[in-house]
Design a protein around this ligand. Structure first.
Ligand code: SF4
Ligand code: SF4
Length: 453
């Protein structure tokens, strides 16, 4: 690395505190993405994002094509939802998402004839030409409009509407677009596979996103436990001006604040956002979806999902339609093993235990992890021994034990004083606690139950 590069990418590739859980990624990091056979039906939640839920845009018994809008909202912070299969709608229903949220949903019974299946579907989404030669012809406003129309949200799990992130704010100019290829959650490999299998779509989307946001620099950051992805992305980025940098493998490197420190050496203030320090962070899968939305005018209807863990017969990475059920995905992997005990939507650190396998996957579902009984057996909770380990690992410098205590006692004044809302729910504190205190669960419940100001 030259001196110029060091100035351009000043971070030390790491952040303070954090943990090193066993990443278990080899269970399916070597498995190329497979295409899920079209399910017999899908259920499209009307809220798959942070912000205003959509209203149904279709009546029951309506024939829809892949990509038709089935729900939309007039609110700026929202994102439309689209049919992921060709079929016929039924009356709107209510579904409980893995995070406990009850939302409206549109059932679609799949038609016998689908326009694209198998490899043709993959090629339509990620294959073909992603030439960046004509990218200058896309005006920033047009890019943001296409991103909004395509219903893009943060596909790393945050699900914040992407057009809002990319909207220019004259008071907060952006100089750098950080593309997040860290995928720091144990087990999950969907972003890793996307970087190996569709690197040019990610580069094209990154350049488009930077144009929309007004960012001059684009840096793709990838944890150094994925050297093949770093190499592939560097090769795809050649001659484009996009930098690809390896960062240390340290959980939660994929958190926006941690990544900005590691790459840019900038601290997002407590309660602040990346744009406060001139940065926008976009996940690699979202970047690829930006390219498809703008260059092919196609909405977000499918995504890659890792279905993995010791409780899955054959772990796989799967390209699946939004609205397919977790049961569809698990069945495609040969089902659960005899030892399977807990199904988690997302990764084991930040994911949610799933109660009903018929729940649909959404735009933000990056993985399904099934753990065994031996892995989920927990010792009884005991009293805090004041070892301070939770404080030592908190990447945000919080005092988890105090926040959890405040949440347990509904002491909202104390919870606020210890910045409960700043907690990113990474789970590092609970992971190291020798007393088995469910710190992150208490904090999460506290955040949900706390009265609004
Ligand atoms: S308090 Fe929140 S941010 Fe800190 S380690 Fe625990 S879960 Fe992570
Ligand atoms: S890690 Fe657990 S036992 Fe140690 S101080 Fe924190 S809450 Fe208490």
């Amino acid at each position: 690395m030259t001196v110029a590069d060091t100035i351009k990418i000043p971070g030390r590739r790491s952040f303070a505190r954090g943990i090193h859980p066993d990443d278990k990624k080899t269970l399916c990091s070597g498995s190329p993405a497979e295409i899920l056979p079209t399910p017999q039906s899908v259920l499209i939640p009307l809220s798959q994002h942070i912000g205003a839920p959509c209203k149904a845009a279709v009546k029951p018994r309506t024939d829809v094509a892949v990509g038709d809008v089935v729900g939309d909202s007039e609110a700026f912070v929202s994102a439309p939802v689209h049919a992921s299969v060709a079929g016929t709608t039924a009356a709107a229903t209510v579904v409980t998402l893995p995070n406990g949220q009850h939302v409206g949903a549109i059932p679609i019974t799949t038609a016998e004839e689908q326009p694209l299946t198998g490899r043709a579907l993959w090629d339509d989404i990620y294959g073909g030409d992603w030439s960046i030669d004509a990218i200058d012809s896309f005006e920033p406003k047009r890019i943001a409009e296409a991103v909004r129309a395509a219903g893009l949200v943060g596909m790393g799990g945050a699900t914040f509407p992407t057009h809002v992130k990319l909207a220019r704010n004259p008071d907060k100019p952006i100089d750098t677009l950080l593309i997040n290829g860290c995928e720091c959650e144990p087990y999950l490999t969907s972003d890793h596979r996307l970087m190996l299998e569709a690197p040019k779509a990610i580069i094209a989307g990154a350049i488009l996103a930077a144009r929309a946001a007004g960012a001059e620099r684009i840096i793709i950051a990838i944890e150094d436990n994925k050297p093949d992805a770093i190499e592939k992305m560097q090769s795809a980025a050649g001659g484009t001006g996009v930098d690809v940098v390896g960062v240390h493998t340290l959980y939660p490197m994929g958190g926006e604040k941690q990544l900005i420190v590691a790459v840019m050496a900038r601290e997002v203030p407590t309660g602040g956002l990346p744009l406060d320090v001139g940065v926008v962070v976009v996940n690699v899968a979202t970047a690829a979806a930006v390219a498809r939305a703008v260059m092919r005018e196609k909405p977000l209807t499918h995504r890659i999902i890792s279905v993995t863990g010791e409780g899955i017969a054959t772990p796989k990475n799967i390209l699946a339609p939004v609205g397919a059920s977790y049961a569809d995905l698990i069945e495609f992997c040969g089902g659960l093993t005899d030892q399977a005990s807990r199904v988690i939507s997302g990764g084991p650190m930040m994911g949610f235990t799933l109660g009903d396998l018929e729940t649909p996957v959404t735009k933000g579902t990056s993985g399904v992890v099934v753990l065994t009984e031996a892995q989920t057996r927990k010792a009884d909770e005991t009293a805090c021994v004041r070892c301070g380990r939770c404080v030592e690992v908190c990447p945000l410098g919080l005092v988890p034990t105090r926040i959890a205590l405040a949440a347990r006692n509904n002491d909202w004044e104390m919870a606020r004083r210890y910045y409960i809302t700043a907690c990113c729910e990474c789970g590092c504190c609970a992971y190291v606690c020798p007393a088995e205190i469910p710190l992150v669960q208490l904090i999460r419940a506290g955040k949900a139950g706390m009265p609004r100001d």
